[in-house]
Design a protein around this ligand. Structure first.
Ligand SMILES: *[C@@H]1O[C@H](CO)[C@@H](O)[C@H](O)[C@H]1NC(C)=O
Ligand SMILES: *[C@@H]1O[C@H](CO)[C@@H](O)[C@H](O)[C@H]1NC(C)=O
Ligand SMILES: *[C@@H]1O[C@H](CO)[C@@H](O)[C@H](O)[C@H]1NC(C)=O
Ligand SMILES: *[C@@H]1O[C@H](CO)[C@@H](O)[C@H](O)[C@H]1NC(C)=O
Ligand SMILES: *[C@@H]1O[C@H](CO)[C@@H](O)[C@H](O)[C@H]1NC(C)=O
Length: 507
């Protein structure tokens, strides 16, 4: 019988081999690899501390100038630009005093920035369809049919042409997020034009496109293996005002605090899920696994009652208050669900029902290391098996929960969400074969104009997620593309682990 420790060992050795190849070529010896990783870890650690200190001082917010010091003890000025409400009404114009460029202090520092998390490498994959052809204006125009808006960036300023209203405030907070990126890295986002579709499901089918005929480039929040849409962080990172989900930066802190208060071992030893079963057949199928007088598959499942929740001020739908069970089920709805990051951040073992979609970060998750895969054709048995295993192997189960919450806290922190957008837009910009133009009649959009016209929770979330000033550090370093062979191996390894588990379940 295959043990999970074996699976984990395979997982880790696989990772090492692959990273070794990436950095040092196949001839590297084990000893040098280990030494290299030790150094790498130390370097990452040091730079993490450095980054952390600068951020901390940056957010002790007086309004304008703050002195921070880097490791050379040279005091550097950190500039903050609060929004100017002195006009304070709809005719608010964009300010002219925000810096157009900003040289981060560490650009003077010879040591390179830490390499971005592994999942950034998928940026190369997502843009691969245009690698040979580049992106023409014609291709962009073809994506217009389903787009909610066109984003144009010219000389560091953002212009939006709206085509239709999105569901709820998805478009508003997505645009807000892009404006914050421009505040964070002024002058470092290239001129570009892109089409953005705020709906759930990807639509650019890969059939019919090839090296000479490239598809229309369309940005959206998720993708799947049949389509070529380009994935971009979803609106919820800046807040989901309709259901009172806070901006990611604050929520991430709350989740971390919550985990400290509620130890894994003291949590309910069952698999928990709460959500809207109406959106997908597979969710209704999941409900059959709920506990009753006749059966107990170790699942505790609840239907979200949004009307009741709204009357109670969404207190029970707060992600940070939902880390009460040792196991948490993630199951897709109409497509990917924004809840995935909240579930993974819990310290609980995420039981991930076989997904069909991915968003920008989920391709960095490894089965059995970050989550426990659940089959979609025999959910109840699969869940019971996972929970029984975890309750019998508490340390290993906790380690999976911890690996996932560490991944979310470290590799999906807001700094990296912005860095992902930074690199994606820069790589996209490099492919453009035409000169981006400000659309006719388009208005310049900036944080001032957006925040001034917002009210209530929308405004509150905007103020909370406002980038206060230019980043004092450069973005992380973009990792190189996967070699096709490495990508193939990665995929096969993950599939093998999942298949092994299924076999094990069947015994
Ligand atoms: C900073 O902003 C606060 C209100 O946000 C204001 O009361 C204070 O006078 C400002 N300080 C400076 C130095 O402008
Ligand atoms: C705010 O805007 C007003 C009007 O444009 C301007 O006079 C004032 O100097 C601005 N304040 C700051 C702090 O930029
Ligand atoms: C809004 O702006 C207009 C035009 O600048 C001005 O006439 C009006 O008094 C302003 N309203 C408020 C409440 O500041
Ligand atoms: C690419 O697709 C187009 C249209 O289907 C076709 O005409 C062309 O021959 C294809 N090119 C290659 C290299 O397969
Ligand atoms: C699942 O079972 C629990 C316990 O009996 C119950 O409270 C809950 O409402 C059930 N969930 C659904 C969706 O019926």
């Amino acid at each position: 019988m295959l043990r999970v420790s074996e699976l984990l060992a395979r997982q880790f050795s696989g990772t090492t081999i692959q990273q070794t190849r990436l950095i040092k070529g196949p001839t590297a010896t084990t000893a040098t690899t280990i030494l290299f990783f030790l150094i790498l870890i130390t370097l990452t650690f040091i730079s993490a501390i450095r980054l952390h200190t600068s951020k901390v001082s940056a957010y002790i917010s007086t309004n304008f100038t703050i002195t921070i010091s880097d490791k050379h003890q040279t005091p550097t000025k950190r500039i903050e630009f609060p929004l100017n409400y002195s006009i304070g009404n709809q005719t608010q114009t964009c300010p002219t005093n925000y810096p157009k460029t900003f040289n981060p202090i560490n650009d003077l520092d010879p040591s390179p920035r830490p390499v971005c998390p592994e999942y950034f490498r998928w940026i190369h994959e997502d843009l691969r369809p245009w690698k040979a052809t580049g992106i023409t204006r014609d291709m962009v125009e073809k994506a217009k049919g389903s787009a909610h808006f066109r984003l144009v960036i010219v000389k560091g300023k953002a212009y939006i042409k709206k085509y239709k209203k999105s569901i709820q405030t998805r478009d508003v907070f997505t645009i807000w997020g892009i404006l914050q990126l421009l505040r964070l890295y002024p002058g470092r986002i290239p001129d570009l034009e892109l089409m953005f579709d705020c709906n759930d499901r990807p639509i650019i089918l890969s059939d019919g496109y090839n090296m000479t005929l490239a598809p229309p480039p369309l940005f959206r929040y998720c993708g799947d293996r049949w389509t070529m849409d380009i994935v971009f962080p979803d609106w919820s990172f800046w807040g989901w005002s309709e259901i009172n989900i806070k901006p990611w930066e604050s929520l991430l802190k709350e989740l971390k605090e919550g985990n400290k208060r509620s130890k894994w071992i003291k949590r309910e030893p069952y698999a928990y899920w709460k959500g809207n079963p109406a959106v997908a057949e597979t969710r209704r199928d999941l409900l059959k696994c709920n506990v009753s007088d006749k059966q107990d598959w170790n699942a505790r499942l609840y239907a979200q009652d949004w009307i009741l929740e709204s009357q109670q001020g969404y207190k029970k739908s707060d992600p940070a208050s939902q880390c009460t069970h040792r196991y948490k089920i993630y199951i897709e709805g109409w497509s990917w669900s924004v809840s995935e990051k909240y579930i993974l951040a819990c310290d609980s073992v995420t039981l991930l029902v076989k997904p069909t979609s991915y968003d920008f970060f989920t391709r960095g998750l490894k089965p059995v290391h970050h989550y426990w895969p659940i089959r979609d054709d025999d959910k109840c048995k699969s869940i019971k098996f996972a929970v029984d295993w975890g309750n019998n192997h508490k340390q290993k189960a906790q380690a999976i929960g911890k690996a996932a919450s560490d991944f979310i806290q470290e590799e999906l922190k807001m700094d990296y969400v912005y860095d992902y957008m930074f690199h994606l837009l820069n790589e996209y910009g490099k492919l453009l074969k035409f000169e981006p133009k400000i659309p006719e009649g388009a208005m310049e959009l900036c944080s001032e104009t957006m925040a001034c016209s917002a009210n209530g929770l929308e405004k509150k979330f905007m103020m909370e997620s406002l980038v206060k000033g230019p980043s004092v550090t450069s973005p992380c370093t973009m990792p190189p593309p996967y070699e096709p062979r490495v990508l193939g191996n990665l995929h096969r390894r993950n599939m093998n682990i999942i298949r092994q588990l299924e076999k094990w379940e069947n015994k």
